[in-house]
Design a protein around this ligand. Structure first.
Ligand code: ASP
Length: 327
């Protein structure tokens, strides 16, 4: 009888332990604001601070929402909205310019519970493209809309529409002018600033989203990886959520985001190992960029092969970090 009591006590303690470790209502957010060639000496302290403060604001907003019980998708949207509205990033206001001197924006979102997804590409007049991606996911029978059709749909859904001039910033315009003068195909320096967010909510659901203006001087309706589900964005509750930033053509060729999930699912890699492996493949092809991801336990990965990536994370454990360079 005594033994039985000890056994029951132990069993009870175990169950409590399992409940606490698994059901402790964990949450986590990881974000990026673009990867690229960045040097501490060339970026003023104020400039660095401006980025760090905005990243911190985005994380704080997301964490407050999660603590109040918000669903991962709503958190991804609000966190990305903050970065789209900031002129610092190459997404929404502050997007880079195409060869023709306009702004064409791409965004996508995916939910890990249902594998539902939505994306828009080449839109010129939707203030917050990430919200258009969500409308596509939730209120259309499609996954991916582009150009004028995407704008018509966004308008019909009641999203805020703006004139293309809204996205103008002098810095990005000057980047295009410099590049046009040099008559080079691409400019490494000032593309960075794509934004992304991956969230694990208290229900254990994962959502990932990414938003960008693409690459400076892009031509012929070029679309990068950002709105391509499986390339720039992916989420699956079984494995992880992923958001990418970098030279999009390489990310599309590698099915970058989905491959990270596959490496975890089929080869048992951790989220960090899978991201590192994918960055290795990118480097092998001479591609540049970075990736953020998290798994269902809230483990975070932030990997890149450039000299910097605007990035940060916050977890229910109280850990929080924002950073720019690769040291
Ligand atoms: N991946 C984006 C694109 O190729 C750009 C970036 O993340 O910097 O459009």
């Amino acid at each position: 009888m005594k033994l039985r009591n000890i056994f029951l006590t132990l069993l009870f303690a175990c169950l409590i332990g399992i409940y606490q470790s698994d059901g402790q209502q964990k949450y986590a957010i990881v974000i990026h604001g673009g990867a690229g060639v960045m040097s501490k000496s060339k970026m003023t302290d104020e400039h660095q601070q401006a980025y760090l403060v905005t990243l911190d604001q985005a994380l704080t907003k997301g964490e407050q929402m999660l603590q109040a019980g918000a669903a991962c998708t709503d958190v991804v949207l609000e966190v990305i909205r903050i970065m789209e509205d900031s002129p610092l990033f190459n997404a929404g206001k502050g997007a880079v310019f195409t060869h023709n001197g306009v702004n064409e924006l791409d965004a996508s979102i995916m939910e890990g519970k249902t594998l539902n997804a939505g994306a828009v590409a080449g839109v010129k007049d939707i203030k917050n493209p990430i919200f258009a991606a969500r409308e596509v996911m939730d209120h259309s029978v499609h996954v991916f809309l582009s150009g004028k059709g995407a704008s018509q749909f966004a308008k019909k859904q009641g999203l805020e529409m703006v004139d293309n001039k809204y996205f103008f910033t002098e810095r990005r315009y000057n980047s295009l002018q410099k590049l046009l003068k040099k008559e080079r195909g691409r400019q490494e320096k000032d593309n960075h600033g794509t934004v992304g967010c991956v969230v694990l909510d208290q229900e254990g659901n994962i959502c990932a989203g990414t938003s960008t203006g693409g690459m400076t001087n892009k031509k012929f309706g070029r679309i990068g990886d950002t709105p391509v589900i499986g390339a720039g964005t992916y989420a699956n509750n079984k494995t992880c959520g992923v958001s990418c930033t970098g030279h999009g053509e390489y990310y599309i060729r590698l099915s970058f985001a989905r491959d990270i999930s596959a490496l975890m699912e089929y080869q048992g890699l951790t989220v960090k190992e899978a991201c590192q492996e994918e960055i290795r493949k990118l480097t092998e092809l001479n591609g540049t960029g970075g990736v953020i991801a998290l798994d269902k336990q809230g483990n975070i990965a932030m990997e890149f092969n450039t000299t910097g990536m605007f990035r940060g994370f916050v977890k229910s454990t109280g850990e929080k970090e924002v950073a720019i360079f690769n040291d």
